[in-house]
Design a protein. Structure first.
Length: 419
């Protein structure tokens, strides 16, 4: 595009590398913070769910405002501001004196996540020609995945390092989280000094959020759009249950086996990294069939794989066994299959006229999925068992699999009658 330099493009990739990882760290750090606050293990699930739900509500409320603000003041300012907000949040997070303060400090992280979520795709679309749009989006997605694996993989050893330096478990957790604060502030500085200055040349005026939702609900009369909305609930719930409860489950389990908190964090984070590492080749594998079969059939196949991944966790007796490694790998594949197939379905089902509204509706239902999993999953985690949230999501994937097959057979029946 005119006035876009290589420096601007490489800075975009730099931001993509750190973007998802910087947002995911807040849930990875959850066990460390709960340890600092001495939260009883039988209350950690509800608190983790409450924090996730609150963050999602904040993001939904402000993400449109940040997008509009970037149209006026420029992507560079809002993008870098997001990382500053994350830095403030990560600095304050381990200083919380109780769960109420933790929720208040989480708002800063939520605001930073909102900026980050809207600015990466928006900036990417500013920087690209139509002929290379797919390649650019694919490259930023790869950078997201690599950053998630490499950055969180690096942080998993920090608590152990600080313990070996003579600090207690509380201080080692605090210093680990502060390292993240320093990291995101450095990223913010790089983005601010190297992204393209100024606001976009052309800004298209958009309708209100509620009018957009109105159009989205009307389009749900199309069974494929309705199925895609349901897939939005389930697929985003899939992502939410992994980010909110996976590391927490393994951390608590390791502590109950008399491991130190540093060792438990290293173990739980290691398996979380493994899940995300298998999601990367999963994104490649799904390309072998997603464009060759009906989008609803692709969704059904993906839901079957995802259901296996989530339900399998409930059968793991020993987190140190090979079962756990197989479960983490299957979970990573299922997570990415469900997400990509849902996005693919809404992209094909959305009409040319009103496409933005329908995709906005998909995001709205995705937010509902996150909230449901956070609230219900938190209760199940504490009162039924730590793998219960994954079992719940696994059955949701099975239900969506059945709905997909019902729609396929229904459409084929109508087509045969018409012919």
């Amino acid at each position: 595009m005119p006035d876009i330099e290589k420096r601007h493009l490489f800075t975009l990739f730099f931001g993509a590398f750190f973007g998802i990882a910087s947002m995911a760290l807040v849930n990875v750090f959850g066990p460390l913070v709960f340890n600092i606050l001495e939260i009883p293990q039988n209350e950690t699930g509800a608190l983790a769910g409450k924090l996730t739900a609150m963050q999602e509500i904040v993001v939904v409320c402000v993400i449109g405002l940040f997008g509009a603000l970037s149209d006026k003041v420029g992507r560079r300012i809002v993008y870098s501001m997001g990382f500053v907000l994350l830095g403030i949040g990560y600095f304050l997070y381990p200083l919380a004196g109780d769960s109420t303060e933790l929720i208040i400090f989480r708002i800063f992280i939520a605001l930073g996540c909102a900026c980050n979520t809207v600015m990466l795709p928006t900036t990417a679309n500013d920087y690209v020609h139509e002929s290379t749009r797919g390649k650019l989006i694919a490259t930023t997605s790869i950078m997201n995945g690599l950053g998630l694996v490499l950055i969180i993989g690096s942080f998993r050893r920090l608590p152990e390092y600080f313990v070996n330096q003579g600090y207690d478990s509380a201080l080692s957790g605090q210093y680990t989280i502060w390292c993240a604060a320093v990291m995101v502030l450095i990223v913010s500085t790089v983005l601010f000094t190297n992204l393209k200055k100024g606001a976009p040349a052309q800004v298209t005026k958009k309708g209100s959020y509620f009018s957009t939702l109105g159009i989205a609900f009307k389009e749900a009369k199309n069974p494929r759009v309705a199925l895609a909305y349901t897939a939005g609930v389930v697929s985003r719930g899939d992502l939410s249950v992994v980010s909110t409860f996976f590391s927490l489950w393994l951390f608590n389990e390791a502590i109950s086996m008399d491991m130190s908190r540093a060792e438990a964090f290293k173990l739980s984070t290691g398996f979380y990294v493994m899940v995300q590492a298998f999601a990367i080749p999963g994104a490649v594998l799904i390309n072998f069939f997603i464009d060759k079969v009906d989008r609803v059939m692709a969704l059904a196949i993906s839901m079957a794989i995802a259901a296996c991944g989530y339900l399998y966790l409930g059968f793991i007796d020993d987190i140190f066994s090979t079962q756990m490694y197989f479960g983490a790998a299957l979970l990573g594949l299922g997570e990415i299959f469900a997400n990509i197939s849902a996005i693919s379905l809404i992209g094909s089902a959305a009409p040319a006229k009103g496409r933005g509204a329908v995709i906005g509706g998909f995001s709205f239902f995705g937010a509902i999925g996150i909230l449901l999993v956070a609230v219900i999953g938190g209760w199940l985690f504490d009162n039924v068992g730590p793998t219960a949230p994954f079992t719940m999501v696994g059955f949701a994937n099975l239900a969506l699999l059945i709905l997909s097959l019902v729609l396929l057979f229904s459409e084929r029946g109508k087509n045969s009658m018409n012919s």
